[in-house]
Ligand binder design. Structure first.
Ligand code: PBG
Ligand code: ZN
Length: 328
């Protein structure tokens, strides 16, 4: 083969990569601090900062120590948070979830008064608050009862917003929840509060570590009757559109890493900001891989750029502090 010909072909692709400055100029995807949302776990009690084995460096805070986390986030410029609560008491209808003095409601008021810089998003669900651990209430025969659950979810959302939440994020996967919630928020005068819908949420083993830290595993059965089946992808556009028709302002895909095909597809057909949730199991895998020395921590940044490339506007990730420290 002609040597100079090979050389030309090489340069045709390499011209844009040879120079650091130019390589940056032509980059299609970047990560910004404003892309990141940090999950925070709050728990009843005093002087608590505890982690679980699968999620080192992710903590549950009691309100009296929450400032430790908030200070770190402020210092790094991470202002967007997603709040999860772990209540002291659970019951069959998850009443702790819509109590005006519930753990999340108190946490919202605390965070908002700590610094107005924080943009507070709340996870709206029942599973941390029900004694059976499901995301909805149950019928006598133990099935998740869709329609009666909608009223409770709406009550949770309204109570979060009354406490000062800037956005609500229902993660329960009941049919019709976005419409019900939108109506309730509007009726209370909260027409300006956006809903981030966990619209495309697959039934996944990647949530394992979260369920340990949030104490939200179903005691019996699984979430497969309401979360999506990962063997399928044909219906995701319809599902996302139904969510939007009901009033969803942002559409989430969850999990993230193994679901980039879904994200990419939605990016081509949905005209709402897309959000990915880089979930607990993904965090655990990457974290352990890095700690063991088998992979370099730069895989975290590479993973985030993968999300951006596939179409994510926002990324919910337990790595936000590391990312802000190392790469932003
Ligand atoms: C509650 C909820 C879950 C997650 C977010 N909200 C768990 C589940 O549905 O079982 C998972 C988050 C993670 O794994 O990091 N419905
Ligand atoms: Zn749930």
């Amino acid at each position: 083969m002609d040597q100079s010909y090979t050389c030309d072909v090489t340069h045709r692709f390499r011209r844009l990569r040879e120079n650091d400055n130019l390589r940056n100029m032509v980059r299609e995807n970047h990560l910004s601090i404003n892309d990141l949302i940090t999950p925070i776990f709050v728990v009843e009690g005093q002087n608590i900062k505890s982690s679980t084995e699968a999620m080192p460096e992710v903590y549950r805070y009691s309100l009296d120590r929450l400032h430790e986390e908030l200070d770190e986030l402020l210092q790094l410029g991470l202002h967007q948070v997603l709040l999860f609560g772990i209540p002291e008491q659970k019951d069959s209808v998850g009443s702790g979830a819509y109590d005006e003095n519930g753990i999340v409601q108190k946490a919202i008021r605390y965070v908002k008064s700590y610094s107005p810089k924080f943009y507070v998003i709340t996870d709206v669900c029942l599973c941390q608050y029900t004694d059976h651990g499901h995301c909805g209430i149950l019928t006598d025969s133990g099935c998740v009862d869709n329609d009666p659950t909608l009223a409770l979810l709406s009550k949770i959302a309204v109570s979060h917003v009354k406490s000062g939440a800037d956005m609500v994020a229902p993660s329960d996967m009941m049919d019709g929840r976005i419409g019900a919630m939108r109506q309730s928020l509007d009726r209370e005068g909260f027409t300006y509060i956006p809903i981030m819908s966990y619209a495309i949420k697959y039934h996944s083993s990647y949530y394992g570590p979260f369920r340990a830290i949030a104490d939200s595993s179903p005691k019996q059965g699984s979430r497969s009757s309401y979360q999506m089946d990962f063997h399928n992808s044909k219906d995701v556009i319809d599902v996302a559109k139904a969510s939007i028709d009901q009033g969803a302002d942002l559409i989430m895909v969850k999990p993230a890493m193994m679901y980039l095909d879904i994200l990419h597809e939605l990016n081509g057909s949905i005209n709402k900001p897309l959000v990915v949730y880089n979930v607990s199991g993904e965090y655990a895998l990457l974290y352990q891989g890095i700690k063991s020395g088998f992979v370099n921590e730069s895989i975290v940044y590479e993973t985030m750029i993968g999300f951006k490339r596939a179409g994510a506007k926002l990324i919910i990730t337990y790595f936000s502090k590391l990312i802000a420290e190392k790469w932003l």
